[in-house]
Write a protein that binds this ligand. Sequence first.
Ligand SMILES: [Ca+2]
Ligand SMILES: [Ca+2]
Length: 189
Amino acid sequence: MRRRRDIGDFPKAGVAVVVTLLASLHLLSAGAAHAQSSCSGPFLSGTNGPSTYVIEGCVWHHGGCSVEYGTMTLSPLDRSAQVERSYFCFDGIPPGEYRLSYSPQCNPAGCTGVQRVSVVDEDVYVVIGRSNCPGDCNADRKVNVQEVIRCVAQVLGEGSGCRLCDANGDYQVGVADLVVVVGSLLHGC
Ligand SMILES: [Ca+2]
Ligand SMILES: [Ca+2]
């Protein structure tokens, strides 16, 4: 008559193999939990090196991240990535201080500024804002004194790069633009 086989019937060597397999699975899962991400095209996937990280994000466009296409540049590493349907991704980034610049800087949805990014010990997700507010050079929808000073410098021919100093959209920055920029400072965007 056949009798029911219970755990006591397994050879000790078999039990040891099972324990070893379970321990291996645990180690593998623990390793996966600590694996870092990397980019596949403009998107996040896979694994990255042990001491480098990912900067990924999207470019805001009319209330969401969905329709932007362009190029994102990462300084000072001088790397660029395609922005597809608003999303971009850089991998293999060591800890440090970086700047993101987007091209085209301006479109009907607004202008982008230079976005500062700090990588310490984990991946970083960034939303690149857009703004139509006169003088809002960093596109955070606020104008501060430093941004007004930057626009004044452009009037004096001593600076460039902030398209939103041009409040009236005539591709020049003059006193009339400064009046509007100061209005953004005093009254908000
Ligand atoms: Ca601002
Ligand atoms: Ca102007």
